[in-house]
Design a protein around this ligand. Structure first.
Ligand code: T1G
Length: 692
C-alpha cells in the first residue's frame, strides 16, 4: 500500500505530510495513515509539537467524494480530528490552495493555522446535498462567529486568506515558505497549552440579524434539502454543548449521504469533471492553436457580452460593427458593466480599467486580419450570416478560426459560404454571455479536429462548461426546449393555463416555466423559428404563437405575451386576453377543455424531452448522456439537485417513461409521438442513461 501520509521530523517538530493527489482528499487510507502518524508523534517524547501539511498545489480539499456511495468506513473523520484537538502537544495546520470541507474541518481541529497567500476557505457540503460532517458547524462559529459561519455553511461562501486572517480563522498568512513558517510557529507554541476551538464559546451575536440573513440565503436555494439542515445544525452550536452539537451534526450528515439529492449532486460533480477530463484528453490528441486575439462581429447584446467574457479571461477582443450607433451602444454596455463591477466591489478600479482596455472597437470588417478567432454574433438570419462569413473569409488570416454564435441555424450552411469550412465552428453562448456558464461548441462533419480542440480549450479558459455537440436544428439545448414548448402548447389546447404549467415546472425546481421563459426570450423569436421550419400538422394547428404575435404580444419586450407585465415588472400577471384567446382557440378546434393534473403536466413536459434526448444520443449529436444533462443544468436552469434530465429519467424509471409515451401516442395519434428505439431498448433491458 503506497504511503499517502508520512511522518518526518524537523528537529523536535513532527511533520505529518499528506500526499494524495490530485486534491489530497481524506480517503480512508489517508485517515488511517494520518491516525498512525499522529499516534506515533504524540507518543514520541522528543516531539514537542506537530505540523500537518500537504504536498502539491492544495491542502485537503475535502473528504473523498467517491467514498460517499460506500458504507461508512473506519476510522471516521470526527475521531481522527478529536485525537488532534485533544492532543496535549500543539498541532499546527499549514494550508495552501483549496481548504474545503473536511480539509477546513481538519484545520479547525488543529490548535493553530498558518496559510499561504492565495488560499481559499469554504465548507461547500450543501452544494453536494450534505452538511459538514466533522465539526464544521460547531468549530467554525466558535472561531469566527455565527454570522460568518452562516455565510460559509449555508451560503457556501468562499473566503480568502486575507479575510480568514481578519476573522481569526487563521493565525498567520505568508507569501511563501509555508512549511518553514509552520515549523517556526510550532516551535513558538510548543510547550504552551493547546488552544482548542471546542473550548471556545460561540461569540455573542444578534439572533434577529442572523435569522433575517438566514432567510435571505435559504430563499436563494429553493428546493434544496441540505441548506435548512445545515442551518439547524449551526444553530445548535449556539445552544448545545460542543459534543451534543457534534453528535447532532454527524447524525444529519450520515443521513444526508444516502439522500436522493446528494446522489444527484455527486453525479453532477463527477459528470462535470468527466467533461473537463475528456476535453483535456482531446487537447492532447489534437494540437491546439493559440488564441490570443479575438474579434467579435456584431455589437448587440450577445456580441458585447462575448467581448466581456473574453476580457474577463484576459483575452484582448475587438468588437466590430459596421453600424456606428450599434458600436456606441456596445461601448456603453462594456463601460457600464465594468463600472458596475467596481461599484459592486467585484473589481477594483485598476483591474476594471485594465479589462476595459482589452476591448477595442471598429466599424470595418477588415480589422479582423490578425485575429486568431473571429466570433460572429449578428442577427439570427441565415443569409445575413452567410454574407458576413463570405467577407470574413476574405479578411481573416490563414489558420484563423471562424465561429458563429447562431442559436438554431445550420452551421454547415454558414460554413459553405467560405472556402475554409474546416475552420468554421459553432460557439453558442447563452444570454447574458458574460454570466451563463454554458457554451455549446457545434461541430460540423467538416470541422478540423484542432479547431474543435482549440475552441473547447478556450471554453475552459473562459470559465465555461464547454460541451461539444453535433450540428442539427437547435443543437442540444434549444432542440429540447422546442419539444418541451410544443408539448406545453398542446397542454394549453387541452385545457391547462400558462400559470398552471409554469407553476408545475417551477415547483419541479426550474427558475421559470416554459411560458414565462417564452415571454422573456420573445414570442417573436418563436414565431420566426416556426416560420423557418417545417411543422407537423398538429403543431401547425396549435398556432398560439402566431395568434399572440398577430396581436403584437411579443412578451416582456412589448409588455404582454402569455402574461401582462406592469411597468418595470419582470413577473407577469394573468391576462384575460390569453384565457379568452385559449377559449376561442379550443372552440374553433372543437376541443372540450379538461382539467389536467400536476403530475401529467410535469410528465408531459419532461418525458417528451427524455425521448428527444434519446434521439440526440442515437444520432451521435452528443458524446454522452451526461453532456445532455450538463447542457440543461448550465444553460436552461434544470435543478442541479435533480441530477439532470436523463439522470432524472433513470430515477423515474425508463419503463415508466416509455409506457407514458405509448399512452400519449394512442391518445393523440395525430401528434406522431414515436418512442425512440434506444429509449425503448434501454427500458426493455432494464438499462439506464447515466448509470454506466
Ligand atoms: N473527493 C474526490 N475526488 C475529488 C475531490 C474530492 N473531494 N475533489 C476533487 N476531486 C477530483 C476530481 O474528480 C478530479 O478528478 C480531480 O480531483 C481534480 O478536480 C466530512 C462531507 C478542489 C477546487 O466539495 O471543488 O468534505 O477528473 O478537476 O478545477 O464535512 O475539485 O481528474 O479524475 O475539480 O483544480 C467537500 C470539491 C467534500 C471540493 C479543485 N469538498 N472539489 O478544482 O480540479 S464533502 C468539495 C473541488 C466533505 C466533510 C464533507 C475542486 C477543487 P479527475 P478538478 P480543479
Amino acid at each position: 500500500m503506497n504511503s499517502t501520509v508520512v511522518l518526518r521530523h524537523e528537529g523536535e517538530i513532527a511533520l505529518l505530510l499528506i500526499d494524495n493527489p490530485p486534491v489530497n482528499a481524506l480517503s480512508r487510507q489517508v485517515r488511517e495513515q494520518l491516525l498512525e502518524c499522529l499516534h506515533a508523534a504524540l507518543a514520541d517524547d522528543a516531539v514537542t509539537a506537530l505540523v500537518i501539511a500537504c504536498e502539491g498545489k492544495t491542502f485537503v480539499a475535502g473528504a473523498d467524494i467517491k467514498e460517499f456511495d460506500l458504507p461508512l468506513q473506519p476510522p471516521q473523520l470526527p475521531d481522527v480530528l478529536a485525537l488532534i484537538e485533544n492532543a496535549t502537544k500543539p498541532v499546527v495546520a499549514a494550508v495552501q490552495g483549496s481548504v474545503l470541507g473536511g480539509g477546513l474541518e481538519l484545520a479547525l481541529a488543529c490548535h493553530r493555522r498558518i496559510a499561504e497567500r492565495g488560499a481559499r476557505f469554504a465548507l461547500p457540503e450543501v452544494s453536494l446535498g450534505l452538511i459538514p460532517g466533522a465539526g464544521g458547524t460547531q468549530r467554525l462559529p466558535r472561531l469566527c462567529g455565527m454570522q460568518v459561519a452562516l455565510e460559509m455553511v449555508v451560503g457556501g461562501a468562499r473566503i480568502s486568506g486575507e479575510r480568514a486572517l481578519q476573522l481569526g480563522l487563521i493565525d498567520r498568512l505568508v507569501a511563501d515558505q509555508l512549511r518553514a513558517g509552520a515549523i517556526a510557529l510550532a516551535r513558538e507554541v510548543a510547550g504552551q497549552p493547546p488552544r482548542r476551538v471546542r473550548e471556545q464559546q460561540v461569540p455573542e451575536y444578534d439572533p434577529a440579524t442572523f435569522s433575517e440573513r438566514a432567510t435571505q440565503l435559504l430563499r436563494k436555494l429553493p428546493g434544496q434539502e441540505a441548506p435548512p439542515l445545515a442551518l439547524e445544525a449551526l444553530e445548535q452550536a449556539a445552544r448545545l454543548p460542543f459534543d451534543a452539537g457534534m453528535a447532532h451534526e454527524r447524525e444529519v450528515f450520515i443521513a444526508r449521504r444516502q439522500s436522493r439529492q446528494a446522489h444527484a449532486l455527486r453525479h453532477v460533480f463527477f459528470a462535470e469533471r468527466d467533461l473537463a477530463s475528456r476535453a483535456r484528453a482531446l487537447g492532447k490528441r489534437a494540437p491546439t492553436r493559440p488564441i490570443e486575439h479575438v474579434a467579435v462581429i456584431g455589437a448587440g447584446m450577445m456580441g458585447s457580452g462575448i467581448a466581456l467574457c473574453l476580457a474577463n479571461a484576459g483575452i484582448p477582443a475587438l468588437l466590430v460593427d459596421t453600424q456606428e450607433q450599434a458600436l456606441q451602444r456596445g461601448r456603453s454596455v462594456v463601460e457600464g458593466y465594468f463600472q458596475g463591477s467596481v461599484e459592486k466591489g467585484k473589481l477594483d478600479a485598476a483591474e476594471a480599467a485594465r479589462r476595459t482596455a482589452l476591448i477595442g472597437f471598429a466599424t470595418s470588417l477588415e480589422r479582423v486580419a490578425d485575429a486568431d478567432l473571429i466570433i460572429e454574433a449578428v442577427f439570427e438570419d441565415l443569409a445575413i450570416k452567410q454574407d458576413v462569413f463570405r467577407q470574413l473569409d476574405q479578411f481573416a488570416k490563414p489558420g484563423a478560426i471562424l465561429a458563429t454564435n447562431t442559436s438554431y441555424l445550420d452551421v454547415t450552411a454558414i460554413a459553405s459560404a467560405t472556402t475554409r469550412p474546416g475552420e468554421v465552428i459553432g460557439m453558442h453562448f447563452f444570454s447574458p454571455a458574460q454570466v451563463m456558464k454554458l457554451l455549446e461548441v457545434v461541430r460540423t462533419s467538416q470541422v478540423a479536429p484542432e479547431v474543435l480542440a482549440s475552441v473547447l480549450q478556450l471554453g475552459a479558459r473562459l470559465g465555461k462548461t464547454a460541451i461539444a455537440v453535433g450540428n442539427c436544428y437547435g443543437f442540444v439545448g434549444n432542440r429540447l426546449l422546442a419539444v418541451r414548448e410544443r408539448e406545453a402548447g398542446f397542454l394549453l389546447e387541452e385545457g391547462a393555463s400558462p400559470q398552471e404549467v409554469d407553476r408545475v415546472i417551477r415547483s419541479f425546481g426550474f427558475p421559470m416555466g416554459p411560458f414565462e421563459l417564452r415571454d422573456l426570450s420573445g414570442v417573436d423569436i418563436a414565431w420566426r423559428n416556426r416560420q423557418a421550419r417545417e411543422l407537423s400538422e398538429a403543431e401547425r394547428r396549435c398556432d398560439l404563437i402566431e395568434q399572440l404575435h398577430a396581436a403584437g404580444r411579443l412578451g416582456q419586450k412589448s409588455g404582454a405575451g402569455y402574461y401582462r407585465y406592469e411597468q418595470g415588472q419582470r413577473r407577469g400577471v394573468e391576462d384575460e386576453f390569453v384565457s379568452d384567446l385559449l377559449a376561442e382557440h379550443r372552440r374553433r378546434r372543437g376541443i372540450t377543455p379538461r382539467s389536467i393534473g400536476d403530475d401529467e403536466i410535469l410528465q408531459r413536459c419532461l418525458f417528451v424531452m427524455i425521448n428527444e434526448a434519446a434521439h440526440l444520443l442515437e444520432q451521435g449529436i452528443v458524446d454522452s448522456a451526461n453532456d445532455i444533462d450538463l447542457v440543461w443544468l448550465h444553460g436552461y436552469g434544470f435543478p442541479r439537485y435533480r441530477g439532470g434530465l436523463l439522470y432524472h429519467a433513470d430515477e423515474v424509471g425508463l419503463a415508466t417513461v416509455v409506457s407514458a409515451l405509448d399512452g400519449w401516442r394512442a391518445a393523440f395519434p395525430e401528434r406522431g409521438i414515436e418512442v425512440v428505439p434506444l429509449l425503448r431498448r434501454l427500458a426493455e433491458q432494464g438499462g439506464s442513461f447515466t448509470r454506466g
